[in-house]
Design a protein around this ligand. Structure first.
Ligand SMILES: O=P(O)(O)OC[C@H]1O[C@H](O[C@H]2O[C@H](CO)[C@@H](O)[C@H](O)[C@H]2O)[C@H](O)[C@@H](O)[C@@H]1O
Length: 357
């Protein structure tokens, strides 16, 4: 296990280190960040400009409208999607932040509306439904509060569910085996258990390191750590990146990925949201079935691993939630969580109608 290698503070903008960071060096662990382009990467990871007219996406923005030719709205293409899924078992995978809840400044305040909760509950009554999030299972469960779902927290590294109505996530956590019986079968899978002490250590070091950077926040997601810079003045973003990189230098078994104004520290293991999708399909006995339509809805770069799996697998679709044009492995798009809600409602209605045929 590594130790804290660099005692210098990153928090003081006037420090020699801050001066050095005006010429951005390539942060060695930020794998998706390119030399001289990494700051740009931080900027584009969460475009703030809303390009769509809510309720009528693309109405005023020809660039967005053009983009939807490549990534058609899943609402407009609904007929096509369900025609493809006719007679098949639909499995629903949902990201949380930015998909079921709008992006907000404070990660602790990313509340899901009661209406959305009801829609997701309804969906889970009709089709196997999983939430796949960068947050820890416990945190995402605290927001979603639905016991009917699968949860894959920490970018898929912590999988639990479905959960019996009389139980809670915590109850099931105490199950020592990988499966246990309650109302339904419960499976637990943790891809990186041995990393928990290391993640705790890095969490503490990062808190110490970024202390003093106004607006920066570090979040412990059990198997990963999120370093948030949404509320940091843009001029200080290089400092956040450098501080994170400084800490990670001593941890070759950890790597960085990039989310929406967040740097995600995670174990260097071959596991991601795409692997979690494969694991869940396998758990449902659908790994080799042609009779399945997996649909994954997500807004983040980390969701791209899942989109890619579905694209290569050719059985299902990724749906990117975005109000700005972005390159993606998804096949369709939705502009924002309110469109996600509309799509889920239509999916449930379609399933109900199908059941009566
Ligand atoms: O996979 P997800 O469920 O999308 O989780 C990814 C990260 O989401 C959260 O951060 C993001 O949402 C926050 C609340 O809207 C926002 O303030 C932040 O800027 C976003 O990056 C969560 O806090 C992270 O831990 C997750 O990894």
């Amino acid at each position: 296990m590594g130790s804290y290698a660099n005692g210098s503070t990153c928090a003081n903008e006037d420090s020699p280190l801050a001066e050095e960071m005006k010429e951005p060096a390539f942060p060695s662990k930020t794998m998706s960040l390119h030399a001289n382009g990494w700051l740009n990467d931080m900027k584009i990871s969460s475009p703030t400009a809303v390009r769509v007219n809510i309720g009528n996406p693309g109405a005023f923005d020809p660039i967005y409208r053009d983009w939807t030719k490549k990534y058609p709205s899943a609402l407009n293409a609904f007929g096509k999607i369900v025609a493809y899924g006719k007679g098949k078992k639909t499995v629903l995978f949902l990201d949380y932040d930015g998909t079921l809840s709008p992006i907000v400044d404070d990660p602790d305040n990313a509340i899901m509306s009661d209406q959305m909760r009801e829609v997701v509950r309804n969906a889970a009554l009709h089709l196997p439904t999983a939430i796949i999030s960068g947050r820890s299972c416990d945190k995402v469960f605290d927001f979603v509060k639905l016991t009917e779902l699968y949860y894959a927290g920490s970018h898929g590294m912590d999988i639990i569910g479905p959960i019996g109505k009389s139980g809670s996530v915590t109850d099931h956590r105490s199950c020592s085996n990988s499966s246990a019986k309650q109302d339904k079968e419960v499976k637990i899978f943790q891809a990186a258990s041995e990393f928990i002490p290391m993640i705790d250590e890095v969490f503490r070091l990062l808190i110490e390191k970024i202390r003093g950077i106004d607006g920066a926040k570090v979040e412990n997601n059990k198997f990963c750590v999120s370093v948030h810079y949404r509320n940091v003045n843009e001029k200080d973003w290089p400092i956040v990146a450098r501080c994170t990189d400084d800490v990670l230098k001593a941890y070759p078994r950890l790597r960085l990925s990039h989310g929406r104004k967040v740097l995600e520290v995670r174990p260097v293991i071959d596991w991601n949201k795409g692997k979690a999708v494969e694991f869940l399909l396998d758990s449902l006995g659908l790994a080799d079935s042609d009779n399945v339509l997996p649909i994954y809805i997500g807004d983040d770069r980390t969701d791209e691993d899942a989109f890619k799996v579905l694209r290569e697998d050719k059985r299902g679709f990724g749906i990117l939630v975005s109000s700005v044009p972005k390159e993606s492995h998804a096949a369709y798009s939705l502009a924002d969580p309110s469109e996600v809600m509309d799509f889920l409602k239509r999916l449930v209605k379609w399933k109900e109608e199908e059941a009566f045929k």
